[in-house]
Design a protein. Structure first.
Length: 149
């Protein structure tokens, strides 16, 4: 009898642990039917990472304006919120509207005020910056691809 009770308890424990996927909690989501339903901009079993994480990395490319084209490189990081990314050496941050498109609110780039928009395409980034003040050059187009450095 003792062996049967032990087996029943073991099966119950196994069943409970296998079906309780939310037991560690949903960090940025809601547990529904023992699975995490993530809030917007979050993913993972516990909704614990930004859905933009795949874009993090080093990018190499060019910046082109009416003065010519220069080679650039920058790291892309998750920003202060899960829908924001930072391009370190460009000194720019991007606010994503959806998984691939983003807006660039007015910021300083190359010593002048710019605003713009951009798009991520798998491992490519395209950014258009338009002057919002008396910038020394006109619009700038930045195009880069993810690199292994």
């Amino acid at each position: 009898m003792r062996g049967i009770i032990t087996i029943i308890l073991a099966l119950f424990a196994l069943q409970w642990s296998a079906c309780s996927r939310c037991r560690d909690g949903c960090m940025n989501g809601t547990c529904i039917k023992k699975a995490c339903a993530c809030d917007l901009w979050y993913e993972g079993d516990r909704c614990d990472r930004s859905s933009l994480t795949s874009y993090v990395g080093y990018y190499r490319g060019t910046a082109t304006n009416d003065r010519g084209t220069v080679r650039i490189g920058f790291h892309l990081f998750i920003g202060e919120s899960p829908d924001q990314m930072l391009a370190d050496s460009l000194g720019l941050f991007f606010d994503f509207d959806n998984q691939s498109r983003f807006a660039i609110p007015e910021q300083t780039y190359a010593g002048a005020g710019y605003a713009g928009e951009g798009e991520m395409l798998v491992e490519l980034i395209s950014i258009r910056l338009d002057p919002v003040s008396d910038a020394p050059q006109g619009s700038t187009l930045i195009q880069a691809s993810k690199s292994d450095i």
